[in-house]
Design a protein around this ligand. Structure first.
Ligand code: KIV
Length: 278
């Protein structure tokens, strides 16, 4: 068992990442990095390797709990993992997913978000478009930063008919742009855009003032995110097109793999052509 003395929960001297930091990085054209993590050691490794944003995502339903979707995840599940990840997240900005049905009404949204913020989250993420404008406004008025999640929204997998690329036709692409603008206007601080053609990822990132994080959204978003288990090639089955296994062939193990991902994003080598939807 590792002695805690070697893995401090204290923040290092490096400055903490905030939404203002990410906003400045966008303005300066500097790419930022995000990674999911669900416990102390993975959050510590991610932050030590220079990850800017750690997401305790509801993907934990699949990669930690073994379900076939994120739908069974509860607020109590996310709260538990936020508590664990918080102790290791050091200077990274800690983002928490509001899970399925934890934000179906405005009061419910505020209560759910408050639970996660009390456990250490610094920003909450909600999946959806225009219908979340009022909740976004209320959350930010109450001092809770918001990351909107658009494009492929896995909590709606049954409604979408599967994990499919979104915004392929002009009408749907325009809807994503319009609703993203609406959420920005309502106060959203970040946007996560999942599985859209790279031209749409570029257009949304250039149109919005707030930083845009992409996953399967091409190389032109302001930041990139990957799921921990995908980055390390741990999730069984065929990986999605946008996934890169950074552990494979890396002589420096898990820490080396995360650092390679950070370097690739900063140098705009990831996502490469083969990870993009055209
Ligand atoms: O839950 C999750 O891990 C996500 C991904 C898009 C990163 O939301």
């Amino acid at each position: 068992m590792t002695r805690p003395i070697t893995m401090s929960t204290q923040k290092s001297q490096t400055k903490s990442i905030t939404i203002t930091t990410l906003q400045k990085m966008k303005q300066q054209g500097e790419k930022f990095t995000c990674l999911t993590a669900y416990d102390y050691c993975s959050a510590h490794a991610a932050s030590s390797a220079g990850i800017d944003v750690i997401l305790v995502g509801d993907s934990l339903g699949m990669v930690i709990q073994g379900h076939d979707s994120s739908l069974p995840v509860t607020i109590a599940d996310v709260a538990y993992h936020i508590k664990c990840a918080k102790r290791g997240s050091q200077n990274a900005l800690l983002m928490a997913d509001l899970p399925f049905m934890s934000y179906y009404a405005e009061m419910k949204t505020l209560e759910s978000a408050a639970t996660l913020m009390r456990e250490g989250a610094q920003i909450v993420k909600l999946e959806g478009g225009a219908w979340l404008a009022e909740s976004t406004r209320l959350l930010t008025l109450h001092g809770i930063p918001v990351c909107a999640h658009m494009g492929l929204t896995p909590q709606s997998v049954n409604h979408l008919g599967g994990y499919r690329v979104q915004g392929r036709d002009p009408e749907n692409a325009q809807k994503i742009v319009d609703e993203a603008l609406l959420l920005q206007e309502a106060g959203a601080n970040l946007l996560l855009l999942e599985c859209v053609p790279q031209s749409l990822g570029k257009h949304v990132s250039e149109t919005l003032d707030i930083p845009v994080i992409g996953i399967g959204a091409g190389a032109d978003t302001d930041g990139q995110i990957l799921v921990w288990h995908d980055l390390l090639g741990l999730y069984p089955g065929k990986p999605a097109k946008f996934v890169k296994n950074y552990l494979q062939g890396n002589p420096n193990g898990i820490h080396g793999a995360i650092k390679a991902y950070v370097d690739d994003v900063k140098q705009q080598r990831f996502p490469a052509e083969e990870h993009r939807y055209n």
